[in-house]
Design a protein around this ligand. Structure first.
Ligand SMILES: NC(=O)c1ccc[n+]([C@@H]2O[C@H](COP(=O)([O-])OP(=O)(O)OC[C@H]3O[C@@H](n4cnc5c(N)ncnc54)[C@H](OP(=O)(O)O)[C@@H]3O)[C@@H](O)[C@H]2O)c1
Length: 244
């Protein structure tokens, strides 16, 4: 049984990326009004899916996130959920990565997830309902050697959802993470090219996974079917690396 989101307004950041785009399309197909964000979202091809409203935003800029959220409310009048799926690439050996490489991942993914969550939480608390899903990553428990900034931020997001879940669960707001493993995407291809991962070895199932696999997990966590799931993470990683 598919979960329906009729009447719900869900903000998807990173909707111009592979996983955010698949999530936006799936949620819209299931009845949600999806507000799709990204700096380049104006040119994103959503395959003609109905119910997707494009709202460009730069998640590294607190004022721009505040502006975008105000615009979302002006257009749609309510907010029911957030999917935060932003990041930038910073791959390389620890000794070769500079502060700037770390800072851009912290800005785009850690603070880039925290800012929209902070923007919408007062409304969710006031209405006593809502769900937040942060896209983290398996690197948070198994950091690939060329991916320490992203993996470190994933671990931080895993902790953040636990904290937010406990802090705002009593207000009716659930917060969880989806932690993908290798998913077929331009991002994964660039990691494979840089030698960061062997996408064919790092999963116990035939892999890599597909963006729709992540989108389905997000839809579950946003839905009432997950009404007792809070402050935790759901791995979508084929079970991790197989035992030799
Ligand atoms: N793909 C995988 O296999 C995999 C595995 C584990 C974890 N993840 C995580 O899953 C998430 C999505 O991955 P993906 O493969 O979909 O990555 P992607 O295709 O590179 O998408 C990244 C998204 O982040 C947005 N973004 C970056 N900086 C932004 C900014 N300053 N303001 C607003 N939006 C910004 C990009 O939009 P604009 O450029 O238009 O701004 C884009 O929509 C990431 O957090 C990634 O680390 C992915």
């Amino acid at each position: 049984m598919s979960h329906r989101f009729d009447g719900k307004v869900i903000w998807v950041t990173g909707a111009s990326g592979a996983l955010g785009r698949a999530t936006a399309v799936l949620l819209a197909e299931r009845g949600a009004t999806v507000v799709a964000s990204g700096r380049s979202v104006a040119s994103t091809d959503f395959g003609g899916a109905a119910g997707i409203d494009r709202l460009p935003v730069d998640v590294t800029d607190t004022a721009d996130v505040t502006r975008a959220y105000a615009e979302l409310i002006a257009r749609h009048g309510r907010i029911d959920g957030l999917v935060a799926s932003t990041n930038v690439g910073a791959f390389g050996d620890f000794l070769d990565l500079a502060d700037e490489d770390w800072l851009k991942v912290i800005q785009a993914k850690l603070l880039g997830s925290a800012r929209p969550a902070r923007a919408i939480l007062p409304a969710l608390i006031a209405q006593g309902s809502g769900a937040i899903v942060l896209i983290s990553g398996r690197g948070g428990i198994e950091p690939p050697p060329q991916h320490f900034p992203g993996s470190t931020v994933n671990a931080a997001l895993d902790l953040l959802v636990q904290g937010l879940g406990r802090r705002y669960g009593p207000d009716g707001v659930r917060t969880n993470a989806v932690d993908p493993g290798p998913i077929q995407s331009p991002r994964m291809a660039s990691m494979a090219d840089s030698g960061t991962v062997n996408i064919f070895r790092k999963t116990a199932l035939a892999g890599p996974g597909l963006p729709i696999d992540v989108a389905e997990a997000v839809a579950y966590l946003l839905s009432d079917a997950a009404k007792f799931v809070n402050g935790t993470r759901l791995y979508v990683d084929g079970g991790g690396a197989p035992y030799a």
